[in-house]
Design a protein around this ligand. Structure first.
Ligand SMILES: Cc1ncc(COP(=O)(O)O)c(C=O)c1O
Length: 366
């Protein structure tokens, strides 16, 4: 009998709770400062559209009623020119990742995902006891399509791919992505995680939505947390075949997305000017921040996301702690990239503050 008087399955014992980026208020309280900047969680630094905020307030008036996702699903179906039955909503795209594991894990089934990549793929695999192949990136942190395909086995049920990837910012262009999707055995469900789809400026970047004919058993995950600035509302969605959508709906809790999030998302989707302004800001600041960090002598992985991955060639914990004391929160990386930090692209003033602090750090920590 375990100490707590109950026993937990060994796979659950292997899990550790997800640790989010340190909240700003917590750091400010600890340091007694007021102007800390948080560049740790790939959040939109601009904020939600005013129209989304008004819609959320209005939706709150009906807060006594259970939510109904029909209108947002219809808006998304029209936006993507797909059928209503192809859309499934989640409490963040993270819930859909979870539901995919719950719906499709089965005894002795196998899952493939890249490493390093979004940590929730590993969490889902462990939680549902799936056999997993973690496919290493190339040395330059790009995806290795041949290695991903080589990892697929007869019992492979799911393959996850974040495009662009988190935390590297790397992407698979149209040619390689098409090769991956058309070479995958048809029974493998390809989960194309497009949390950062709005940010690439590479000419050969395409959404997997344009390649649905290459691999029918595919779900494309999108989120309102990043470009749309609604991370706190918790809303994302998947576009897939009605058959895949139906299995997800079997394991989904009823009313999983609040009316407030649904209405905020509808208004945010309609306010494309707001989204485009942030995307343009992110592109120019991503280039400027990357260049500046390179002039400091640091290696910066080419990024197509709203963040950059930077090799400080020093212990990532030391660098993180040092910058924390200066009021700059970034994200230290674990092995196998334990000298790297992921830094979200913030407002210009926030980026300047981070760059100044990094310059000071490099002087003090040779
Ligand atoms: C690649 C990727 N997928 C999914 C998510 C989950 O986003 P959300 O649950 O907020 O939609 C994130 C969040 O950082 C991410 O980086």
């Amino acid at each position: 009998m375990s100490k707590g008087g109950f026993e937990v399955a060994p796979n659950i014992e292997r899990l550790t709770p997800y640790v989010p980026g340190k909240p700003l208020e917590e750091l400010e309280r600890e340091l007694g400062i007021r102007n800390a900047v948080k560049l740790a969680s790939n959040e939109n630094p601009v904020g939600p559209s005013e129209a989304a905020l008004r819609a959320a307030t209005e939706a709150g008036r009906q807060g006594n009623r259970y939510p109904d996702g029909y209108k947002l699903r219809a808006d998304l179906a029209a936006y993507h020119a797909v059928s209503l039955q192809d859309i499934v909503l989640g409490n963040g795209s993270n819930e859909l990742i979870d539901l995919l594991f719950r719906a499709f894990a089965k005894p002795a089934a196998h899952v493939v995902y890249p490493d390093p990549s979004f940590v929730c793929y590993r969490m889902g695999a462990i939680a549902t006891n799936m056999e997993a192949s973690e496919v290493r990136l190339r040395d330059n942190l790009s995806y290795d399509v041949d290695a991903l395909l080589a990892a697929v086995r007869p019992n492979t049920q799911l393959l996850f791919l974040a495009n662009p990837n988190n935390p590297t910012g790397a992407y698979l262009g149209k040619q390689e992505l098409s090769r991956l999707l058309s070479s995958l055995p048809s029974n493998v469900i390809a989960v194309m995680d497009e949390a950062y789809v709005e940010f690439p400026d590479a000419e050969d970047y395409v959404s997997s939505l344009s390649l649905r004919s290459l691999h029918e058993n595919m779900i494309v995950l999108r989120t309102f947390s990043k470009a749309y600035g609604l991370a706190a509302f918790r809303i994302g969605y998947g576009v897939a075949t009605p058959r895949i959508v139906n299995y997800i709906e079997r394991v989904k809790a009823p009313f999983n997305v609040s009316s407030i999030a649904l209405e905020a998302a509808r208004a945010a989707l309609a306010d494309q000017d707001h989204v485009q302004r942030y995307i343009a800001h992110n592109r120019s600041e991503r280039a400027r921040v990357s260049n500046e960090l390179r002039t400091f002598g640091l290696t910066v992985a080419p990024s197509q996301g709203n963040f950059v991955l930077v090799d400080f060639a020093r212990s990532s914990k030391d660098v993180y702690d040092w910058l924390l004391r200066k009021g700059v929160i970034i994200r230290p990386m674990p092995a196998p990239i334990a000298t790297w930090q992921r830094i979200t692209i913030g407002l210009t003033t926030e980026n300047d503050r981070m760059l100044e602090s990094v310059r000071a750090l490099l002087k003090e920590m040779p």
